[in-house]
Design a protein around this ligand. Sequence first.
Ligand SMILES: Nc1ncnc2c1ncn2[C@@H]1O[C@H](COP(=O)(O)OP(=O)(O)O)[C@@H](O)[C@H]1O
Ligand SMILES: [Mg+2]
Length: 268
Amino acid sequence: MPVTRIHWEDLPAVARAAVEEHTGPVQGAATATAGANSGIAATVRTADATVFVKGVPLDHPQIRTQQREVAIAPYLPAASPRLLWHVQAAGWDLIGYERLVGRHADYSPGSPDLPLVARALVELQETPCPDIPMKLAQDRWSGYAGPGGAEQLVGDTLLHTDLAPHNMLVNDRAHLIDWAWPTRGAAWIDPAVLILRLMEAGHRAPAADAWAREQFTSWATAPHEGVALFSDANARLWDEIARHDAEAWKKNMGRLAHDWVTYWRGRQ
Ligand SMILES: Nc1ncnc2c1ncn2[C@@H]1O[C@H](COP(=O)(O)OP(=O)(O)O)[C@@H](O)[C@H]1O
Ligand SMILES: [Mg+2]
């Protein structure tokens, strides 16, 4: 269940004071309109800096994703914002990031953001996966993959796995944010995830596939069987997401995931 997003001013005073121990006195705050998972997501201004603050109540299940973000932060590529501090106070878990000035990536066909998005993902694909406890691709999708086969998702690459355009901030380059689901697995999984988001933005399956082949070695060399298995599993996962919550965009993602499966099965 998503957390209800509150404003900076609505945080308990003790929680705000704990943040101000790190930032200095806060002079103003603006709540982020995008993303819906964090109880608080706001740009917070002090006399000499602006930081991005995310937080969830300690007793909310979402606390796990925030803890994963904290754990992976030191290992992320330079383009991801630096994690500055982490505090718990007054029933809240709060983290502060370097604030990025940028806009959400435009994934539509012909968008000038696409080369920047590709560069950011290439950079991630080349980032060593740290040896810390982390979700494994074969575990995350095994429940949807059917018996056997999930071992095809095994790999040693650090994956983001939620490459939606609102998790990619663009200025002179693209910055990957919202590391709630870092996963170790086969390198071609992130390109597969990105392809679905490109389709959501209007790309046809063959065009998205061809583009990704040019950008990502892992995709150009991805095993047909492995991708087929992942694509099936992912389509089932999106079906489940859409069943639990009938938001139109989720239904649409489910439809696109099935379109992609059909395309991939027919591709030699
Ligand atoms: N470091 C940052 N600097 C500026 N804005 C950010 C930063 N991180 C996230 N945002 C903005 O806040 C939104 C929500 O943040 P995100 O980490 O995606 O949280 P959620 O878990 O709620 O999706 C993002 O879509 C983006 O617009
Ligand atoms: Mg987000």
